[in-house]
Design a protein around this ligand. Structure first.
Ligand SMILES: Nc1nc2c(ncn2[C@@H]2O[C@H](COP(=O)(O)OP(=O)(O)O)[C@@H](O)[C@H]2O)c(=O)[nH]1
Ligand SMILES: [Mg+2]
Length: 490
């Protein structure tokens, strides 16, 4: 996602970090590169100007130029500013009515119908009972398309044959939903290739007569500046509650995403990242800023992981963790749930930066093959060995390796991995989801403090590096000197 923007920004920051001590001159040069990357990514001119204004002001502050690691501070400033223009996190679908009506609108081909299906799937996953209404009477195939999606998902679709009045269809659809006991109705409306008055009039009419609780605009993220212009027009006509941006899996430049919030003032709620019905993600500004800067989206990963782990298994695991009984068998279960086609790739993609590049090295098959290999090794162990691998002697190790068709050192490696993981897993026991997320967030933040280092990189002391205490002292010393110099000047 946004490879070019990411590369541009990472390049700018790398060039800063190569400078050793930053001066105002080379800082300005680096910031110029940041500006260039944003413009090339099609971010609106006004947005870039205000972005650069804020970043420059902060980056040229004395503190940054004085600090030992200015590029780290600059990456922090750029990241905070990205988060700022992406808006606050707001992907909640406050479904607090008996029957909640959600209306999707947007240009033709922006992804409304697909998103209707994706959104319904998400709602059902979180315990809702959705129903879809086919209110696009413009194209003959549109109704049929929604029925196909509904069938795939097992979610009911309301439509009327030969109707020409979308308002009626929506009203009847809502009635039907009430009768069926559905608690969410999603209206899939018609679009046009460009904004026209007739389309707007129709949408306004539906809005007024059906009174949806929330109106979301579906925007094609690949259309760049056009997306921003149409978002503006829809927002003026309809009073939107949020934007869903689709097709961010392709070679979208990212400009639309960065501009839409500033230009319309409404939050981005979800992003579409693929044609499949499971490719809709809640929009997280922090995660997105991290992804753009190559720092990864840990919380997004947690979400994906949660989707694939079944609740009952999770409860059983929790119990074992509490008792300090996390065995190789449990490790295997966790791994098996990850061995789904495409999953590893998706997760690596979300990690961003160096981890995402691994994507290109690892073909799907190989990664999942690797997991299967590990599972194979565990399968070759006896139950006792799985419970307590410390009993695995040299001869046992060879037996296991032979059974699994791997080298002996792979068995050793696996056991080492497990032994490192066990205390970490058990340390998580009993912590609620919130605390777990917090732990993950802390991990994320410490990765942030180590920009471009990837998530898993831990710095080892080489003996020649300054410790953070030394750095702190140096910094204090320099600030003291600066203060003295200032006093002298006065
Ligand atoms: N790659 C990708 N394709 C998408 C996404 N959302 C929709 N599409 C595709 O965009 C095309 C138009 O989608 P559709 O839902 O029919 O748009 P509508 O005219 O607004 O209802 C279809 O080929 C979809 O498969 C997305 O997030 N990623
Ligand atoms: Mg459609």
């Amino acid at each position: 996602m946004f490879e070019r923007l990411s590369e541009g920004l990472q390049g700018a920051i790398k060039s800063l970090s190569g400078k050793g001590r930053l001066t105002e001159a080379n800082m300005r040069e680096g910031l110029k590169q940041v500006e260039q990357s944003l413009l090339e990514a099609d971010v609106s001119y006004d947005v870039v100007q205000s972005f650069m204004g804020n970043v420059t002001e902060k980056a040229l502050g004395e503190k940054v130029l004085l600090s030992l690691d200015p590029s780290e501070q600059v990456i922090g400033i750029v990241r905070d500013e990205l988060i700022d223009i992406l808006g606050i996190e707001d992907s909640a679908l406050s479904l607090d009515h008996d029957v909640n009506i959600i209306m999707l609108c947007g240009l033709q081909g922006s992804g409304k119908t697909t998103t209707t299906g994706k959104l319904a799937r998400l709602i059902r996953e979180s315990g809702g009972n959705p129903m879809l209404v086919a209110a696009d009477l413009q194209r003959a195939a549109a109704v049929q398309q929604l029925h196909v999606l509904g069938e795939q998902l097992g979610i009911p679709v309301y439509s009327e044959e030969d109707s020409t009045d979308p308002v009626k269809v929506c009203q009847n659809g809502v009635k039907q939903a009430k009768a069926n006991g559905a608690n969410v109705v999603i209206l899939d409306t018609a679009g046009r290739l460009a904004i026209d008055e007739e389309l707007m009039a129709q949408l306004i009419n539906i809005d007024r007569k059906v009174q949806p609780h929330q109106v979301f605009l579906v925007v094609d993220g690949m259309t760049g500046q056009d997306a921003v212009n149409s978002a503006k027009a829809f927002n003026e006509a309809l009073e939107l509650d949020g934007v869903i941006m689709t097709k961010l899996d392709g070679d979208a430049r990212g400009g639309a995403l960065l501009s839409v919030k500033s230009v319309t003032g409404v939050p981005i709620k979800f992003i579409g990242t693929g044609e499949h019905l499971d490719s809709l993600e809640p929009f997280r500004p922090e995660g997105m800023a991290g992804r753009i800067l190559g720092l990864g989206d840990i919380l997004g990963l947690v979400d994906v992981a949660r989707q694939v782990v079944d609740e009952k298994q999770q409860a059983e695991l929790e119990e074992k963790l509490q008792k300090g009984q996390f065995t190789l068998d449990d490790f295997k279960t966790q791994l098996a749930s990850m061995a789904q086609p495409g999953l590893v790739k998706r997760m690596l993609g979300m990690l961003g930066g160096p981890m995402a590049q691994m994507n290109q090295l690892l073909e799907d098959d190989e990664t999942e093959g690797g997991i299967r290999r590990t599972i194979g090794i565990i399968n070759s162990m006896t139950l006792d060995e799985r419970r307590d691998p410390s009993v695995i002697s040299g001869s046992r190790r060879n037996r296991i390796a032979q059974g699994a068709g791997v080298q002996g050192n792979e068995v050793t490696q696996l056991i080492k991995q497990y032994e490192q993981m066990k205390p970490m897993m058990e340390g998580m026991a009993g912590k609620g989801m919130r605390e777990r997320l917090k732990a993950v967030r802390d991990l994320h933040d410490s990765a942030m403090a180590n920009p471009l280092g990837g998530v898993q990189k831990t710095k080892k002391s080489t003996g020649t590096r300054l410790s953070s205490k030394d750095k702190r002292n140096n910094r204090k010393e320099r600030e003291k000197l600066l203060k003295q110099a200032r006093r002298r000047r006065r």
